[in-house]
Write a protein that binds this ligand. Structure first.
Ligand code: ADE
Length: 246
């Protein structure tokens, strides 16, 4: 996969792609990441943005540098980062991981001139809050996408069992020591009974989702066994409440 990032601040990206799965993916040649400096596509570096017609606060990125930089980036799937965009999620990351070439244009200021919005295939927001620019959103998108590329993580199963793959949050995790400040790791995880362990993990994942993000359960693909586990979880929670009251 090739990723081209168009930004006013390529320096902001120094270092962020040099660790973890992105570094591994780059070293293995699974991904190459290039930068285009938007200032290079303006008549002068100061000529990137201008005041909005009709007045109002902030500056607008001019259409010419947007068009020129997008043309230079070549053929590819063109993404504009903007708080007005479609909300980024795991499903979108999975879809973007299938593309050969992603071109990510980092918006800034009040946004880009309306007349060049049509150049983009997709407008993406990383959440309902306003950042100073699209660079951090671009980093978020690249990280979420590149770690999905086969070979970027040592264990593809780790990626497949991530929270949000399948809309079920991952179960609580434990590692050594077995007892920390008097708190024990759930004994079933030490039992060596693989079937029991798998059932316990699924149950705890469902419980985590029910307690933290019940909205996701409506989207999740659940099996017959999951419904049984959910009933168990609800019964146990009710019993606990009763015991607390008594
Ligand atoms: N630019 C500024 N805020 C943003 C957001 N939340 N998502 C994407 N791009 C942005």
């Amino acid at each position: 996969m090739k990723i081209t990032i168009i930004t006013l601040f390529p320096e902001l990206f120094k270092g962020v792609f040099d660790f973890g799965p992105i570094r591994i993916a780059k070293n293995k040649g699974l991904v190459s990441i290039d930068f285009l400096d938007l200032k290079d596509f303006a008549k002068t570096p100061k000529d990137v943005d201008d005041y909005p017609y009709g007045g109002g606060p902030g500056m607008v990125i001019k259409p010419e540098p947007v068009k020129k930089s997008i043309l230079r980036a070549g053929k590819g799937y063109k993404i504009l980062t903007t708080p007005k965009g479609k909300k980024f999620n795991q499903k979108m990351a999975n879809a973007l991981a299938q593309k050969d070439h992603l071109i990510i244009f980092c918006g800034r200021y009040k946004g880009i001139d309306e007349r060049v919005r049509e150049l983009f295939d997709l407008e993406v927001s990383i959440g309902d809050y306003v950042l100073s620019g699209g660079e951090i959103p671009a980093m978020v998108i690249v990280d979420a996408v590149v770690r999905l590329l086969e070979g970027a993580t040592s264990d593809i199963n780790s990626v497949l069992t991530d929270s949000f793959q399948g809309f079920i949050l991952s179960e609580p995790q434990y590692t050594r020591p077995g007892v920390f400040e008097g708190k024990h790791v759930p004994s079933v995880l030490l039992s060596g009974n693989h079937k029991e362990i798998a059932r316990y993990k699924r149950k705890m994942a469902l419980k985590e989702t029910l307690l933290r993000r019940p909205d996701l359960l409506l989207k999740a693909e659940l099996m017959e066994e999951d419904y049984k586990l959910l009933i168990e979880i609800l019964k146990e929670a009710r019993n606990e409440q009763h015991n607390e009251r008594d």
